[in-house]
Design a protein around this ligand. Structure first.
Ligand SMILES: NC(=O)c1ccc[n+]([C@@H]2O[C@H](COP(=O)([O-])OP(=O)(O)OC[C@H]3O[C@@H](n4cnc5c(N)ncnc54)[C@H](OP(=O)(O)O)[C@@H]3O)[C@@H](O)[C@H]2O)c1
Length: 263
């Protein structure tokens, strides 16, 4: 898709990946509707973007009324590209997760993108060319200790995206699943960063992730995109030989336990 002149709704625009995405999208000539929870930082980001006509809206996506406000704005603005990027994560053994924490992970990472899609598909179908991009994760294909709820939400998002792509196959709405690997942003708290460094996990910069998403948007065929070649391989391996991945991850378990367990 040629993003020049397109109206893009970007959730999680105040986050690490979101800000980087906003910058490259605006530089490529897109008009952005930026959403996050706090008005001040969002407005600051909006003012620094190249181009004109960008909007910022502070909404808590877990709140139905707030969500409706965002949907109404996106409809009024004739949105053409929906990027479901807002997300939350928490390193924790599953038995330490409260019911509210589990529900919130599924809500923000899975239910909200599903609702935004259902509400905006009628508008997207009216456009000559439209796109839905759901930001998943490598952890949407490989279950990891210490991240069970997050993995569940992203596995769900991947399945949802695949279904929707098939449902809209005869339409002008292109549906893409985009899966970053570990990226240096605030979603990873100190415990997660310490664990990743102990495990030697590669860490991308948000600007690199944003560039990769731009190349996916520009291409016409990409349905799914996973960042990092060892991760791509691991995703394949996990689907055909999960026992091999079980054994590899079993070796990491003591390190995960030492960082994820509440002391
Ligand atoms: N960073 C990684 O390692 C990594 C790896 C793979 C996939 N991802 C995915 O990439 C996406 C972006 O993550 P990030 O790394 O940029 O994280 P981040 O810096 O923590 O940003 C998260 C964004 O989501 C927004 N958000 C969270 N809860 C919300 C709510 N209830 N209502 C509205 N907005 C809410 C945040 O808004 P506020 O500013 O108001 O908090 C923020 O803009 C997520 O879907 C994440 O799962 C990240």
């Amino acid at each position: 898709m040629d993003i020049q002149g397109k109206t893009v709704l970007l959730t999680g625009a105040s986050g690490g990946i979101g800000q980087a995405l906003a910058r490259v999208l605006a530089a490529a000539g897109a008009r952005l509707i930026l959403s996050g929870r706090k008005h001040e930082p969002l407005n600051g980001i909006r003012q620094e973007l190249p181009g004109e006509g960008h909007l910022a809206i502070a909404v808590d996506l877990s709140d139905e009324r707030d969500r409706q406000q965002l949907i109404t704005l996106a409809k009024d603005q004739n949105v053409e590209v929906l990027i479901n990027n807002a997300g939350i994560n928490q390193l924790s053994m599953h038995a330490d997760m409260s019911p509210a924490e589990i529900a919130s992970m599924i809500d923000i990472n899975l239910t909200v993108p599903m609702i935004l899609c259902s509400q905006l598909i009628p508008i997207l179908l009216q456009r000559q060319a439209a796109m839905i991009i759901n930001v998943g994760s490598i952890m949407g294909s490989i279950g990891m200790a210490g991240s069970a709820s997050y993995c569940a939400s992203k596995f769900g998002l991947r399945g949802f995206t695949e279904s929707l792509r098939r449902e809209l196959a005869d339409s002008t709405v292109r549906v893409v699943y985009f899966a970053p690997r570990m990226t240096s942003t605030a979603i990873n708290d100190d415990k997660m960063v310490a664990m990743n460094s102990a495990l030697g996990t590669a860490m991308d910069q948000p600007a690199e992730v944003a560039q990769q998403l731009m190349s996916v948007i520009a291409s016409h065929r990409r349905r799914e995109h996973y960042i990092g070649w060892p991760e791509k391989l691991f995703v394949r391996l996990n689907s055909v030989l999960p026992g091999v991945v079980d054994r590899a991850l079993r070796k990491q378990l003591p390190t995960v336990l030492s960082h994820a367990t509440h002391h």
